[in-house]
Design a protein around this ligand. Structure first.
Ligand code: FE
Length: 133
């Protein structure tokens, strides 16, 4: 998956065919992987993280840091690559992060991150495909 699939408008059935069950649950049903279970939590390689749904570049390893929260954490996303929405599920008010291109659910963003942004993008490994530089 090197070229992003621009504004994919797949049916639910097509998403189910393209994605694994786990990917579908997180990207399309706004699920969350178990803490510390993801393949990118402790990754420290140089490269980029693409959306598992559409291939768009979402995060750069430059902005990844160890937050200790159990999910890959970044203090910034690529310009215009993600959008945020209010998420009031589970009795909390959180800010959901979705891929701006395919609207796949990625995770949430919090305000306890490091400089220079003060943000913590807490993202499911399952939603991301790492690409070595
Ligand atoms: Fe996407």
């Amino acid at each position: 998956m090197s070229e992003p699939d621009t504004k994919p408008n797949r049916s639910d059935e097509e998403w189910r065919e393209q994605l694994t069950e786990e990917e579908y649950e997180i990207l399309r049903e706004r699920g969350t992987e178990a803490r510390f279970s993801g393949e990118h939590v402790n990754r420290d390689d140089d490269g980029v993280y693409r959306c598992k749904g559409c291939g768009e570049i979402l995060f750069d390893s430059e902005t990844k840091y160890d937050s200790g929260c159990g999910w890959p954490s970044f203090y910034a996303a690529e310009n215009d690559a993600v959008e945020t929405r209010e998420d009031t599920r589970h009795g909390m008010t959180r800010t959901e992060v979705v891929c701006a291109n395919c609207e796949g659910h990625l995770g949430h963003v919090f305000s306890d991150g490091p400089e220079p942004t003060g943000k913590r993008f807490c993202i499911n490994s399952v939603a991301l495909k790492f690409e070595d530089e």
